[in-house]
Structure formats: C-alpha cells, structure tokens
Write a protein that binds this ligand. Sequence first.
Ligand SMILES: NC(=O)c1ccc[n+]([C@@H]2O[C@H](COP(=O)([O-])OP(=O)(O)OC[C@H]3O[C@@H](n4cnc5c(N)ncnc54)[C@H](O)[C@@H]3O)[C@@H](O)[C@H]2O)c1
Length: 361
Amino acid sequence: MPEEQLRVGVIGCGAGIFHLEGYAQEPRVRTVALAGLDTDRCDQLATRFGVERRYGDYHELLAQDDIDAVSVVVPNNLHLPVVTAALEAGKHVLVEKPLARNTAEGEEMVATAKRTGKLLGIAFQRRNRHDVRIVRDLVEQGELGRVYYGKAYWIRRSGIPGWGSWFTSKEAAGGGPLIDLGVHVLDMALYAMGNPTVTAVSGITFAEIGPQGKGNWPGRRSSMPAGAGHQYEVEDLAVALLRLEDGRALELEASWATYTEMTDEFGIQLYGSKGGAKIHAKDYAEVGTLQLFGDIGDTAVDSTPRLRAAHGHAAIIHDFVSAIRDGAPLSPSGEEGLERVRIIDAIYRSAELGHEVQIGS
Ligand SMILES: NC(=O)c1ccc[n+]([C@@H]2O[C@H](COP(=O)([O-])OP(=O)(O)OC[C@H]3O[C@@H](n4cnc5c(N)ncnc54)[C@H](O)[C@@H]3O)[C@@H](O)[C@H]2O)c1
C-alpha cells in the first residue's frame, strides 16, 4: 500500500505559485489548502492546482489539524509572525527568502523551530541551478585551487518589484534589492565557495532612481498596486565588500534600477589559484551561463560546460518533503537562512555607520 501523502498548505498567492508548482510535481504530497488576501488570484490558483480549501487570513489555515507542513510566501515583515504561528501549530515550515528582515527576527524563528521540534527550511532555490552545482563540486574537489576572491551581483535596469508596494517599504521589506536579490546571489556565491565564514563587511547603499518615481518593473504582477500606500523608502543599489575567513574576500552588488546595459542579470565569479569560474545569467537563463577558466599544460583554456535547465523550487520542495518523511538532513535550512540575514543586516549597519562592521563579535 502506498504511504499516506503529506498534507500541505501554501500561505501567499504571489510567489506562492512556485511552491504550488513544486508540490504538484511531488507524488508524496497533496496540497490541501491555500491562504491569501488577494481573493481573485488565490481563487485562480486554487482552481488551477486543484486545492480544495481556500482561506483569507493565514490563521484560518493554520487552525486546520490535518495539515502537516506549510509554505510561507508572504511579505517579509510577516515571515516572523506566520512562521512562528505555523511552528507553534505543529507544522513543518518552508519559508521564502529572506528568512527575516533582520538578525533578531531570524534568531527567534530558528529558536522556535528548535523548541517545537519542527523543520524550518528556506527557498534558496538558485543553489539548484546546474551551473552552481558544477562550480560547487569543482571547488569541493579542489579543481580551482584556493578560491581567494569572488564576486556576486544581481543588476536590473528597471526592476523595482512594485513601486509603492510592500517591497519599497523599509518596515515591510526590511530593505531593498540587497535583501531581495542580493540574498540570492550571496547564497549562491557562499554555497559555491563551500560556505566560508564571513568575518566583516563594508557596505554602501544608494537611493537615486527609485525616489524619482522611476525604475519600476514593467508589467510585474503585485498583490498591491504601485503607489498603493508606501513611498520609496529603501535603497536601489547596494554594494559591499565581505571579508571571509583565511584572508579571502567577496564583492556583492545588488540593484533594482541602474542606468546600465544589464536588463535583469545575475551571476557569480570565482577566482582560484588553479582556475576560475563565471556564471552569468541574463533574464533568468539556465543554460549557456557558465564559463570555466584554467590551463591545459602551458595553454590557457576557457571552456563552456553543457548545462541542463534546472528549476529550483521543485528540488527545494523535494528535499523538504524528504527531510519530513525520511529524516534526511535539510539544506538550505533556517540556520543557513539566518547566516545570510546576519550578513545582510551587517551590510545595512555598515552603510549607516560609514565603516566596516565585524560579524559575530
Ligand atoms: N525565491 C524567489 O525567487 C522569490 C520570488 C519572489 C518572491 N519571493 C519571496 O516571497 C515572499 C512574497 O513575495 P511575493 O512576490 O509573492 O509578494 P506578493 O505581494 O506578490 O504576495 C504576497 C502574498 O501574501 C499574502 N498575504 C499577505 N498578508 C497575508 C495574511 N495575513 N494572510 C494570508 N496571506 C497574506 C497576499 O495576499 C499575497 O498573496 C517574499 O518574502 C519574497 O521575498 C521569493
């Protein structure tokens, strides 16, 4: 007899669609409930994915005793209350990035997961890209030698995800492109480098284009229409230099709006003592994005590996379900989400203070 399916709920009907798609590919799961305040979109998603129960506020969904796990896909300021309530209600949780708006919130969430004995995972789905996996393996096998320097960036020409929505509210989002996009490429780079400890950061932020009312993402769906309440209160460009253990370094750049040739492009580059690697993804490309640099004999060689397109949320959800079902180790975990938040938090602090900030001291 087949094992009974895990019963999950999804909270949030925006990027919640990625979770619904991921669960739909997972035979060990049945998505039984969906919650969200934007009724029309939630109804459409419930119909499309055959989800039987639809709720407004998330408390109603969490009160359902037959739900084993939930995905939390709501604005950043709601991650702490919704994740806490879900863990307290006995549900395992997969939360969207960033884990939280700041370190204190993240620590509370990780502590609650520990206390309740429930799993807390985070959707750093870009780790599952084939190019990232290849680079991570090469670093692990020592093929690039000592990776002493890296760059990570996500640059948009005009990509503020809803001017005036929760994304541009400091209170609701915790920050701008650094916490929204920067956290993804920071995770990709540190993951590929083998998770070195970050000891100090120096950050600078700018808000030059957003406050002019420019730089909105054309056609981007948002649960809150542009101009529906908030002003532009966050940065539109953040740059940072991170000191890593063993004298290594990482440069980070994240922007929603910049006068540049880049439209919506992210990537990482690693410099090693025996070789290098560069991932550059334009408009979310998944293949043709990786270059490797090395030597064959005395000859410098650049190569372009053949890649498979790999969508991340399905793999994240597969691992989350395996961790619940079989006790497989969960990665990326809430703890890993918290490590990234500590760094983002320190970069914002450094930008405010105007000098380098140590981490963990
Ligand atoms: N991993 C990724 O690539 C990725 C992509 C986009 C967004 N995200 C993350 O997902 C989260 C949500 O972003 P989004 O783009 O979907 O935002 P959104 O504004 O499009 O959607 C937010 C959803 O939360 C719901 N919501 C708000 N308050 C609620 C409540 N009290 N009860 C139930 N539902 C409630 C809204 O109704 C809406 O459906 C953010 O943390 C964001 O960073 C991640």
